[in-house]
Design a binder for this molecule. Structure first.
Ligand code: NAD
Length: 349
């Protein structure tokens, strides 16, 4: 029996089709009376629908959320929250909207409620991120973790096949790295394995039949467990490389995770026998690395870093940074190792 420490964060999770309708009660339960709704420009319609649902509890919608939370956007959202006398925020949308709620909470200590509509998983973590001049700073602070998360699969039905696929594999990456995290616990292992099982089973359905609510529900359940696993552990090489690629070259977040995952798994999983065994069970496959690659092919995900627009000479600085920065990993990573993993992802081999 290995030693472990497990802390259960206090987040109230409400899950089910149509559960968005419970948002007013959830806001009342938190004692909030003047919430600002946050979303991306593309989700303004949903943001306004939420304002209508909340009635006098909402002070308006701020529809300027952007991926990786630019500092200027966070400043504008904080100013808007103060101007409108908000006592909390409701983030509706993907990781960009959730991230903006976290940035506001970091500055103002205002509580947030999250209604995620992708599979990114940020709503279950205390990790915040802010970006300025191509440099993304991240940190952990319990104050940014949403108090309540409402997962309503009906809200994910409009997420197109490509975004669903990459967002789902982004979640799968959290589960895979949680399974070999140095600070995992037995509870995290259970959550991460179940997450991987749900996502691998549901994503093909989600892509082939986007309106299938059962498939959407299973994918969202996997995303919740992936986010919870991410929130309880330290991530390794995969997240480090994706963070560097996103920050240095502004590559799309979920697509980068999707391309990288089989390649990092091929490097790491042979050194992590318990993770290998858990993923064998989750994927019902002898070879979880091959299963990850086949899943990407099945989902028609972007095949390589080259396809995402990266040039081959941009790999070296990422490998240099990955080899010098300290992070947990089941095996040591030399500059050559990191470059080899990146090269295979660049070619899509
Ligand atoms: P995103 O939030 O940018 O969403 C992608 C696009 O999909 C957006 O244009 C959005 O408006 C649209 N969209 C969202 N839901 C939709 C729906 N149901 N139907 C139709 N369109 C919809 O991208 P993402 O992949 O969800 O999140 C990525 C961001 O989250 C990154 O900034 C990443 O760093 C962050 N993230 C943070 C953590 C953390 O723990 N801090 C974890 C995972 C991701």
């Amino acid at each position: 029996m290995e030693d472990f420490v497990h802390e259960t964060p206090s987040v109230r999770v409400v899950f089910g089709p149509g559960r968005l309708s419970t948002l007013p009660d959830e806001i009342d339960g938190l004692g909030l009376a003047h919430v600002l709704v946050l979303c991306t420009p593309g989700r303004r319609g949903l943001g306004e629908q939420v304002v209508e649902l909340l009635g006098s509890r909402a002070v308006g919608v701020f529809a300027e959320a952007r991926t990786h939370v630019p500092v200027a956007t966070a400043d504008a959202a904080v100013a808007e929250a103060r101007r409108r006398g908000a006592d909390g925020c409701v983030s509706v949308g993907g990781g960009a909207a959730v991230g903006l709620g976290k940035a506001v909470a970091l500055r103002t200590r205002l509580p947030t409620v999250s209604v995620p509509t992708t599979y990114a998983g940020s709503e279950m973590t205390s990790v915040w991120g802010l970006t300025e001049h191509h440099d993304k700073q991240t940190g952990r602070d319990a104050v940014v973790r949403p108090k309540t998360v409402i997962y309503d699969p009906e809200l994910t039905v409009g997420l197109d096949a490509q975004v669903s696929a990459t967002s789902g594999v982004n979640a799968l990456a959290h589960a895979v790295e949680a399974l070999y995290a140095p600070d995992r616990s037995p509870l995290v292992e259970l959550m991460a394995e179940e997450s991987a099982r749900c996502l691998a089973a549901a994503l093909p359905t989600v892509v082939e039949e986007p309106d299938d609510l059962a498939g959407r529900g299973q994918a969202l359940r996997g995303a919740w467990l992936a986010g919870a696993s991410l929130g309880s552990t330290t991530m390794s090489l995969h997240h480090r490389l994706c963070h560097l690629l996103g920050g240095m070259f502004d590559l799309p977040h979920a697509a980068t995770h999707t391309v990288m995952l089989p390649h990092v798994a091929a490097f790491n999983l042979p050194a992590a026998p318990s993770a290998w065994a858990a993923l064998q069970r989750a994927f019902r496959s002898d070879d979880p690395v091959r299963a990850l690659a086949e899943l990407n092919t099945h989902l028609q995900s972007p095949p390589s870093l080259k396809a995402l627009g990266l040039s081959e000479d941009e790999l070296q600085p990422v490998a240099d940074a990955a080899a010098t920065s300290g992070y947990a990993n089941p095996r040591s990573v030399s500059r050559e190792d990191a470059l080899e993993v990146l090269r295979s992802a660049w070619h899509g081999r």
